[in-house]
Design a protein around this ligand. Sequence first.
Ligand SMILES: [Zn+2]
Ligand SMILES: [Zn+2]
Length: 351
Amino acid sequence: MRRAEIVAWGQPLEIHEYPTPEPTGTEVLVRVTACGICHSDLHIHAGYFDLGGGRQIRIEERGVKLPFTMGHEVVGRVERLGPEASGVEVGREYVVYPWIGCGRCEACQRGDELLCLKPRIIGTWVHGGYADHVIVPHPRYLVPFDGIPREVAATYACSGITAWSALAKTGVARPDQTLLLIGVGGVGTNALHLAPHAVPGRVIVADVDPAKRERALAAGAAAAFDPADPQAVRQVKEWTGGGCAAAIDFVGRPETAQFGLDCLVQKGGTLVVVGLYGDRLALPLPLLPLRILTLRGSYVGTLDDLKAVVRLAQAGKVPFIPVRTRPLEEVNAALADLAAGRVIGRQVLVP
Ligand SMILES: [Zn+2]
Ligand SMILES: [Zn+2]
């Protein structure tokens, strides 16, 4: 089998040959047919997350060793089953749920795999889908997606469930409330498409890119604002008649989070931070109690979230995001295009 792997943090990926692994126990060997390139892959590739103030989370210190194969938005055909694996068909294609825990701790036993402290996440902890084969530890992580293009289904494994799970955390419960989506790239666009099925209120967007604002309006946003415009907060307050009940920050920079906080209703608003861009926010603490603010983070989503998003897409309720397929050999060019902001929708590797 071939893997496009990180051999040195931040350096070009290299494609190397390995023996194709034999699935043991409940494992399933999957022949990768599509693998989305996620923005967080840029951070993994660089080897760190920026915490601001010169501090970083180094991926190596979390226990990830090089060479390492990224890729957590995987679709593939079941090729071979371990002796204890059942419930999936050899030859059929599935989208792989990658956010997998140890399976033994209390959190995993409860089904809260995202809270596991010893994760086995495909593409961020164990070798992922920038390869022609991947090992999935159990058939239950394979979700059928008949009726959806495989390149689109792949993006639901991260981008789709990240949007879906963040929407569920906004607390928007009434049609007179407004939800603000900050940053309408891949995940933000998925959120815009999924919002009518998750929150009853109006959805508006903010993005510095006029082309993205245009596309968001065409995709159903009730209004679009340029957060770089000094009048933007006042415009949002006027448009909403007092502010947004909630905002989701899909960028995760100090400026975008601050913009979200500034656009919230005077009291009782919620800011959900999803983006991992980096750096830090200076937040006057008295504002948390005085404005009864909720500031929370959301990270990817559960296996049930993936099934829910796939069901909605199968029912024709979610427009498919634009995808561009590229061969595995173009992985470095694809990462460079993503880093430079040259990508519309999602790039998907076809190994
Ligand atoms: Zn991702
Ligand atoms: Zn666990």
